[in-house]
Design a protein around this ligand. Structure first.
Ligand code: ARG
Ligand code: ASP
Length: 766
């Protein structure tokens, strides 16, 4: 069959597929029962077992939780790990100085010895997942109070952990699902030596920065490369120069064939947190009270920090990572609120609740109770968000004070021993924090946010310490507090006795302000908040169960909780507003069109312009000669899914998830399949940047590049196994079946792994 016939056949199959499904973050071990059939009807050629298997290598063996906050995947048999640039951002920043600025200029290790260690960073694999609901919930029916139920569960979990047989290096986490109606155990293996291998300059990795963040059309090459190192036995080991690149159970082949609208996509990763099953009254509170408050706080802080960053390159470097992370959720909340309004989320909830009550009369009582509780919790919830945003997140001196408070508490409660254990962890944390600290920027943030707090929060929650003139207070705190002077404070922490440190803290004006503030907050709001919240949590458990019982025909997926999930959909554009259709694919031409020389968000590196002008695209261009950059899919993702692989119907990497579209950022609360889209970097853009832009061809050599659409299907070629052609034969037949170089190259690679023949020619002849 010639190539064109194969291609047109494949395309007609794609067009005939049902449009799309997308909602849901599914547990890998339940795919067979819940999803396999639908996934295959959408074009997937794998089985559920290819994705998640306990007994043999499967896709899940290539997926690692990156530092606990992002996802990453292994893309070579030497432990090469792909994740987002924004996930590795603080590591890239930490290796940077103004002279050797890897954020600005990028970083590429030319061999293993140049790869950079990152203390504290880990890559965690899931070995197996076990449904332990029965064991964990045993005896809870008899519990008469929530506290009793919690105690039984805690005891059951302890007992269960005691009986589980774990291999060396394995750990187990037991986590609640569906608001503690179910429990699953995750057996994990964690690698702690993860080194930085390569990162493009920010002008690629963060192209469009905050202006384009959460938006489509997008042109960001948001990727970075790390490598997992292991001990001599390939098992986890603390950092050591002797460690070796990790040999994975599975690494993802990378497709050179790209995507078309309608193609099946699967995103595999660790989504952090969603709230799909809340009552309408909770959504209303987020929309009308909590989101606007948090947005306003960050608006103020970002205005101040952003201005300072634009004026001073030193501050820009120090604050880059913090600014990006504060700006990220600031913008997310704005989009989320707009989206909730635009999709009439509250009406939808009301309709759903009416139907629920019809099917399950008990739900009526639950909803009434929710109304009472949410009304009661509102003032406390507002103060809670304010207090944590202002003192825990945006004013750094208050953040240092809050951590220092814990140090003082340890000393007061557990003496020197307690103090020392905690100080050992806190000192390195503070060293990192102060490396990127500027007291004058922080003072301006303090002045603005204290004022805002006093204006917007009921006097009952305003401590005496922050009453009065805010400028005078800021002078007093920032001139008088040792916490504004990192060097001085760290010296004291390192050299002073615990009693000295505690004494100095208690006498410190900054520490005193925080202390008083925290005390008022705890007494007047936190206690009340948690009392009501406990009731809301336990009601939510009953409400969740009521929803599941009332709609037995519906497939329920658990809210995200940082556990491994599969989400699947298709490559798909969307209609952001009436009369406008967004195509699902962007190209390098779009990068050039956005180019603003020397702009801090839209500058383009001259080398990239040159490659574009020369059309020096190698094998990474589309059929019509363009370099693809990003694409959209209807996969249901959230924070934590960043760095997750986008995988094709056969198990090959086609892209790297990093964001969602503006109109769909409310998907955490109210997924709407018409406009919720995730944004991925096209794998070919990553390869193009690594190869052509960075000249890091040695990294490409490590990877396994494949052409699934040319008939080379490559079903699950676990390291050491044979890759297969579409007809099920092994790759020795590839040459006669499929065309050009790409195929032969991949065939060579797969045979090389088997070490069965030295040259691809030999293997293809045989
Ligand atoms: N919005 C994406 C996510 O939530 C990307 C964030 C990184 N980029 C940025 N400009 N802050 O993480
Ligand atoms: N950008 C997010 C992340 O870092 C992904 C998302 O929220 O869509 O995980």
């Amino acid at each position: 069959m010639n190539r064109n016939i194969i291609l047109s056949l494949l395309f007609s199959i794609a067009i005939a597929l049902p449009t799309f499904a997308g909602e849901g973050m599914w547990l890998p071990l339940l795919l067979k029962a819940l999803n396999e059939e639908e996934m295959q009807s959408m074009g997937m050629k794998m089985s559920a077992e290819d994705i998640y298997s306990v007994n043999q290598g499967s896709l899940k063996d290539a997926i690692a939780h990156f530092g606990g906050f992002c996802t990453s995947e292994v893309i070579s048999d030497q432990g090469l790990l792909l994740t987002n640039h924004h996930c590795g951002y603080s590591e890239i920043q930490s290796h940077s100085t103004l002279d050797k600025n890897y954020l600005k200029d990028g970083f590429w290790a030319s061999n293993l010895s140049e790869e950079l260690a990152n203390p504290g960073l880990f890559a965690r694999f899931i070995d197996r997942i076990i449904d332990v609901s029965e064991d964990v919930l045993a005896g809870t029916d008899a519990a008469t109070t929530d506290a009793e139920r919690d105690a039984i569960i805690a005891k059951n979990i302890d007992a269960l952990k005691g009986t589980m047989v774990l291999k060396a290096y394995e750990e187990v986490q037991i986590k609640p699902f569906f608001n503690t109606n179910q429990y699953f155990a995750f057996v994990t293996v964690t690698y702690n030596d993860v080194r930085l291998v390569g990162a493009p300059p920010e002008s690629i990795g963060k192209f469009g920065a905050d202006t384009d963040n959460w938006e489509w059309p997008r042109h960001t090459g948001d990727f970075a490369l790390f490598r997992i190192y292991a001990g001599q036995d390939n098992m986890p080991a603390d950092y050591s120069a002797e460690n070796k690149p990790y040999t994975p159970k599975h690494s993802l082949p990378i497709s050179l064939d790209g995507v078309e609208e309608g193609d099946f996509t699967l995103v595999f990763g660790f989504p952090g947190r969603t709230k799909q099953y809340l009552p309408g009254v909770a959504v209303e509170q987020t929309l009308n009270v909590l989101n606007p408050a948090k947005i306003e706080i960050r608006d103020n802080a970002l205005g101040i920090v952003g201005k300072a960053m634009r004026e001073d390159p030193n501050i820009k470097l120090k604050y880059a990572s913090k600014f990006a992370s504060i700006a990220n959720y600031w913008k997310k909340w704005i989009g989320e609120s707009l989206g909730l309004e635009k999709t009439n989320a509250l009406d939808k909830k009301a309709k759903f609740e009416a139907e629920l009550v019809q099917r399950s009369p008990a739900a009526k009582t639950y909803l009434e109770e929710f109304d009472t509780y949410y009304k009661a919790i509102e003032p406390y919830a507002l103060v809670k968000d304010y207090f944590s945003e202002v003192t825990g997140r945006n004013i750094e001196l208050m953040r240092v004070a809050s951590i220092s408070k814990r140090l003082v508490d340890r000393y007061d409660n557990n003496g020197e021993e307690g103090y020392k254990g905690y100080a050992g962890r806190v000192i390195p944390f503070f060293e990192g924090l102060y490396k990127n600290y500027d007291a004058s920027v922080d003072k301006a943030v303090f002045t603005s946010l204290v004022e805002l707090y006093k204006n917007n929060i009921d006097a009952k929650y305003v401590p005496k310490a922050i009453q009065g003139n805010v400028n005078g207070l800021a002078d007093k705190v920032y001139n008088g507090s040792m916490l504004a002077n990192g060097e001085k404070y760290i010296k004291l922490l390192k050299e002073g006795s615990p009693a000295d440190v505690v004494k100095a803290l208690n006498a410190d004006p900054g520490f005193q302000v925080y202390n008083e503030w925290a005390e008022v907050y705890h007494q007047e709001a936190a206690v009340q908040y948690s009392g009501i919240n406990t009731k809301i949590d336990s009601l939510q458990r009953l409400y969740m169960k009521a929803q599941m019982d009332a709609f037995p025909e519906k497939k329920f997926y658990p809210d995200a909780n940082s556990t491994l999930r599969v989400t699947y959909g298709q490559v798909n554009g969307y209609e952001p507003k009436d009369g406008v259709w967004y195509e699902p694919v962007t190209t390098l031409g779009g990068v050039i069109a956005k180019y603003i020389p020397n702009d801090y968000e839209f500058d383009v590196h001259p080398k990239l312009v040159e490659l574009y002008n020369d059309k020096d695209f190698g094998e990474y261009a589309t059929q019509d000669g363009k370099i693809p950059v990003c694409f959209l899919g209807s996969n249901h993702t959230t924070g934590g899914n960043s760095g997750s692989p986008a995988i094709d119907a056969y198990g090959n990497l086609i892209g790297l998830n990093f964001d969602r579209v503006w109109e769909g950022t409310m998907s955490d609360i109210n997924y709407d399949k018409s406009i919720c889209r995730n944004i991925m970097v096209d794998a070919r853009y990553i390869l193009f940047v690594v190869d052509k832009f960075a000249g890091a061809g040695h990294l490409i050599e490590e990877m396994n590049l494949v052409h699934p659409k040319l008939g080379q299907v490559n079903l699950m070629p676990t390291v050491g196994e044979k890759a297969c052609c579409a007809d099920g034969s092994d790759c020795s037949k590839c040459e006669t079946m499929c065309t050009p170089e790409g195929l032969v190259k991949s065939c060579k690679k797969c045979m090389k792994k088997q070490k069965q023949c030295k040259k691809h020619k030999d293997c293809c002849k045989s």
